[in-house]
Design a protein around this ligand. Structure first.
Ligand code: TXA
Ligand code: MG
Length: 462
């Protein structure tokens, strides 16, 4: 398939209007258009046309039981798509739309099962990016749109990222420049008694609570927080090396690429529905996490030794006594490995001060990085303005890459750079990646959520 590339620049109104016209026409005809939103680029198709939804799944390589978000440009459309619109929905729509908030409501029959992955609920969002709004309005179509990445790859924050993943597989890419926010919308389920966050994002729990009162977190998100805080299954950094095989315990080190699946536990957000209940090891010691989680849908609990790209094959003989049962995320897509670079990404935290990048953290990253470099592995450190100088001694070392995400207290910049940085690691051919961690205030919760998932839950506590 030929993919048409068009630009959308508000300073070039004629060209922008022509691009929107073409995008609208393609959507009306059942085709697929990648377009910018304020969060990430989306891959849009007619949400009420089951065959368009199936085309989206096929282009992404995503399983068709992972539901799509329906994008609208007029709040009144919610009543056309949802069976019940609770007061909380109206309040949140008024407060945050257009903007990076997705709400889950009970669906009307008009929304096909192909779009909702067979669920009786529908995810709806009104994006604020002018290109997205204009395209939806002009087409007169409700636009089903997942992030416009190939299965398991980091979400695209530029049109170039979309081109890398989907060129030739979709009808059109609408290039509106780099997106503003850089991580996907907050998803809040409004079908229960109390609103529940299924995916953290730019709109924080505090912001939601200020409008609707108490807001719950999907239990699986709380579990993820516990991991970062050095809870069950956390790691002893003193034993962490890139090569030892003792004490290695980690889970969800699945590959992000369907092509990598042969004989591994590889699994992507878009690939199968067997959950991330795996306990592969990649041979790096001291990297630990609760393992052997149970998947209540597939009924499987796996602890699979897996040779990763970094280190020698791990041993699986040192499973922690008290394995944690993984909570099942309510958003189907949150079950899968996401955002993952091809290399092995680990996050280093300080057990005593999990919200800070201490000297102990940078020293451990330096030590691990030197080990990897000694083996001539392409190695990257994801760091921040405040701490980047801690790695200055490596600047001239071959195979070393330092990637700045932004300043520690500038979550907006870090969020905007995160997925691009993960893609850069792939472009550089990095096999080993170490990242500092981020304070989970405001946008930090969403940043750490994505980072921990990208790292396949490899969190090393010093
Ligand atoms: O910012 C965003 O939300 C971007 C842009 C393009 O709008 N879209 C996006 O879509 O991130 P996607 O498909 O990559 O992620 C949607 C998530 C998935 O985890 C999916 O399982 C969940 O939303 N989801 C969709 N419908 C749902 C439903 N009815 N109930 C629970 N989760 C749902
Ligand atoms: Mg996605």
């Amino acid at each position: 398939m030929d993919t048409i590339l068009c630009t959308y620049d508000q300073n070039q109104p004629d060209e922008a209007a022509a691009s929107i016209d073409l995008a609208a026409k393609i959507l009306q005809q059942g085709g697929l258009v990648a377009f910018p939103t304020e969060t990430v680029y989306g891959l849009g198709g007619d949400a009420l046309d089951p065959s368009a939804s199936m085309r989206i799944y096929a282009a992404k390589g995503r399983p068709s039981d992972n539901p799509l978000i329906v994008h609208i440009a007029d709040k009144a459309d919610v009543w056309k798509l949802a069976e019940e619109v609770p007061e909380t929905a109206v309040m949140l729509m008024e407060a945050f739309w257009p903007g990076p908030l997705t709400i889950i409501l009970r669906k009307k029959p008009v929304v096909p099962d192909a779009t909702t992955g067979g669920l009786s609920t529908v995810a709806i969002r009104m994006p604020s990016h002018p290109a997205a709004m204009e395209m939806i309005r002009r087409s007169g179509v409700y636009v089903a749109a997942p992030s416009a990445n190939r299965s398991g790859r980091p979400s695209p924050t530029t049109a170039e990222h979309v081109r890398e993943d989907l060129f030739g597989a979709i009808d059109m890419i609408l290039d509106g420049g780099p997106v503003g926010i850089g991580i996907e919308s907050t998803i809040v389920d409004l079908t229960g008694e109390v609103p529940m966050i299924l995916r953290p994002g730019y709109i924080t729990r505090e912001m939601l609570s200020a409008i609707v009162g108490p807001v719950e977190l999907d239990p699986s998100l709380e579990q993820l927080d516990a991991e970062v805080l050095g809870g069950a299954g956390a790691v002893t950094a003193s034993t962490a090396t890139t090569t030892d095989s003792a004490k290695t315990q980690e889970s969800a080190g699945q590959t992000d690429d369907p092509a990598d699946l042969s004989g591994s536990t590889g699994q992507t957000d878009d690939q199968t529905d067997i959950s991330d209940s795996t306990g592969p090891t990649d041979g790096r010691a001291g990297i630990a996490r609760a393992n052997g989680q149970t998947d209540d849908r597939a009924g499987i609990a796996r602890a699979i030794g897996q040779s990763g790209s970094a280190g020698s094959p791990g041993k699986n003989s040192d499973l922690p006594a008290e394995d944690t049962v993984m909570q099942h995320p309510k958003a189907p897509g949150m079950r899968y490995t996401h955002y993952a670079p091809h290399g092995t990404l680990s996050i280093i935290t300080d057990r005593e001060h999990p919200e800070q990048v201490t000297q102990a953290v940078t020293a451990e990253i330096l030590r691990l990085t030197k080990e990897a470099l000694a083996e001539e592995r392409e190695t990257a450190i994801l760091t921040t303005g405040e701490h980047a100088s801690a790695y200055d001694s490596l600047t001239e070392v071959p195979h070393f890459h330092k990637i700045l995400l932004g300043d520690v207290d500038d979550g907006q910049t870090v969020a905007a750079h995160l997925y691009g940085a993960l893609r850069t690691c792939d472009t550089l051919g990095c096999e080993v990646i170490y990242s500092e961690s981020f304070r989970r205030d405001a946008l930090g919760s969403a940043i750490m959520n994505r980072l921990v998932k990208a790292a396949g839950h490899r969190v090393i506590s010093v």
